[in-house]
Design a protein around this ligand. Structure first.
Ligand SMILES: [Zn+2]
Ligand SMILES: [Zn+2]
Length: 353
């Protein structure tokens, strides 16, 4: 039996450049049906004393390190550690030595010529190891990168926001597959990078992407083998171990909620999963991968070692595994009469030889 919890990662508050308080943001998360959120203000853990349950939402506090480039989401820290713009591996190792773990944030950020003078915060040097994962789909960062013409941006912003966020940046997926192909286990996460910035447009105050909007966009769903504890310290350790272990999937919930998705490996007809997302087991004959999508309007894809193995239309796929490898699943959502669109990205199951 598995338990799945939707949540949102990478959120800024008034402790840095966001516009909301932790209490207000948690209320928006509860209204969106989320069960956990992770606050990551820029280079501060000022929100840490406010960690706890708010209306059933577990609120955890990490920090986003660095200013100009190589933004790193550092979680599980008790005290802030310095970032490093020039030596990201040093920063990653420092976070790990302090008992934390981290995620490479918006690695291929492009920026927009119309926002902050085209400023972007990408990564140019990547660490070799020691980090937990990679943010492959960041709503705010992706949006900025797509804002390359004023009419298109205005159309997307006011009339069709879904159309702007069409897929995770392909370079990020390639990097993820390259890392996992090199023998590392690397957790992919999706995030909002919520700021809810308040600006004046022709004297009318406008909140750009409010928290309550973003909490219905790109979420990361965690899978637990036991229900979330009502004790906060225990729930926090469950959430962090699911993230570190890659027991999670990303869903672009604006297309359709990801609730109900699962990806596991089974031995023959056994009812208990031999491995769930993020887990590593030895390959053997008779293993099947099983993907269940939340709706029949799905195209399920299996990717092995970064290469597309199969595509299947429908809500469920059982796929006999032919050999060892790093297997992950994607689901595309198929609206009526329209092209299927990238929707769910599950972390790999590692079948070792
Ligand atoms: Zn950032
Ligand atoms: Zn951020």
């Amino acid at each position: 039996m598995l338990f799945t919890y939707a949540g949102n990662i990478h959120i800024h508050t008034l402790h840095s450049d966001g516009s909301g308080t932790i209490t207000g943001i948690a209320a928006d998360a509860a209204a969106a049906g989320l069960r956990y959120i992770i606050i990551t203000d820029h280079e501060t853990l000022a929100g840490l004393p406010e960690e706890g349950f708010y209306r059933g939402v577990a609120v955890l506090v990490g920090a986003e390190l660095n200013k100009e480039s190589h933004h790193y989401l550092a979680l599980g820290l008790k005290e802030l550690v310095p970032g490093s713009e020039t030596d990201p591996q040093q920063m990653v190792d420092r976070v790990r030595r302090a008992g934390g773990f981290g995620f490479i944030a918006h690695p291929f950020e492009k920026g927009s010529p119309y926002i902050d003078g085209g400023k972007a915060y990408p990564w140019t040097r990547f660490p070799e190891s020691g980090f937990a994962g990679l943010e492959i789909w960041n709503y705010s960062s992706f949006w900025r990168g797509r804002a390359t013409s004023i009419p298109r941006t205005l159309y997307w912003f006011f009339f069709n926001r879904k159309a702007a966020v069409d897929r995770p940046p392909p370079e990020g997926l390639v990097l993820w597959d390259r890392y996992t192909g090199s023998g590392l286990r690397v957790t992919a996460i999706g995030s909002s990078d919520a700021h809810a910035a308040r600006v004046g447009l022709a004297c009318i105050p406008v909140e750009i992407f409010p928290y309550r909007f973003l909490f219905r966009t790109i979420n990361t769903y965690l899978c637990f083998r036991e229900a979330m504890s009502s004790n906060f310290a225990e729930a926090k350790s469950q959430i962090y171990s699911a993230l570190r272990g890659g027991h999670c999937f990303i869903s672009f919930d604006q297309l359709h909620p990801g609730e109900g998705f699962s990806f596991s490996a089974f031995r023959g007809g056994s009812a208990a999963a031999a491995a769930i997302m993020g887990e590593e087991i030895g390959w053997q004959e008779g293993l099947n991968l099983k993907v269940r999508a939340p709706t029949g309007r799905s195209e399920i894809r299996i990717i092995k070692n970064g290469t597309l193995l199969c595509r299947h239309h429908g809500p469920e796929l059982i796929y006999p595994v032919e050999g060892p490898g790093v297997y992950r699943a994607e689901v595309y959502y198929r609206p009526l009469w329209r092209k299927a669109r990238p929707w769910i990205y599950a972390n790999p199951i590692y079948l070792r030889s």
